[in-house]
Ligand binder design. Sequence first.
Ligand SMILES: Cc1cc2nc3c(=O)[nH]c(=O)nc-3n(C[C@H](O)[C@H](O)[C@H](O)COP(=O)(O)O)c2cc1C
Length: 191
Amino acid sequence: MRLLSVNGSPRKNGNTASMLGRVCGPLASAGVEIDEVYLHGLEFRPCTSCTVCMKMKDRHCHGYKGDDCNDVIDRAIAADVILLGSPVYFGSVTGQIKAFMDRVGFVNRVNDLFLNRKIGAAVTPARRAGELLTFAELNMWFLINGMVVPGSSYWNVGHALKEGEIEKDKEAMETCDELARNLLWLLEKLR
Ligand SMILES: Cc1cc2nc3c(=O)[nH]c(=O)nc-3n(C[C@H](O)[C@H](O)[C@H](O)COP(=O)(O)O)c2cc1C
């Protein structure tokens, strides 16, 4: 089994990375392969609305020549679980994760719904507010793409400003731990 972890924060080792890592740790220990994507380190630009994907139907995006989107799509297709992480930016997701959602989601929907019945989960750190709206946006992306979304002991959000501070948010960490347990339970059922 394989999990694709997508970090939508420009801070590679920030709070999003901490929450993603907290979820991935127990899964890796249980033998799940973890594939990590750090969008900000890639060339991953926004959707151009060229709609060539609707004509080509080859599970790829044709908006830019040679950017990293199609490699990420291939990695999403190979995954059983897609774990998205985005910090809250002005009450919403980051531009990096929105580019991922628009391009990967559109290609999925105009092809053969290759994301259908994959498992989706999201984590969302914020300094103070907007985390539930952002968490809802990420979950709505899973749902419109035919994915199955497990819950946890709370919504998978946390509060922190500086890098790494999220680890002091005990409830956020416990929520990530329970999410990991629920993901493992679901994966076990699929296996
Ligand atoms: C451009 C920008 C906008 C932000 N907007 C919000 C916001 O609307 N609400 C909030 O609570 N925190 C906001 N933050 C704070 C981040 O969500 C918070 O620091 C988060 O922990 C960062 O996660 P990271 O370390 O993974 O980047 C903003 C930060 C930046 C840089």
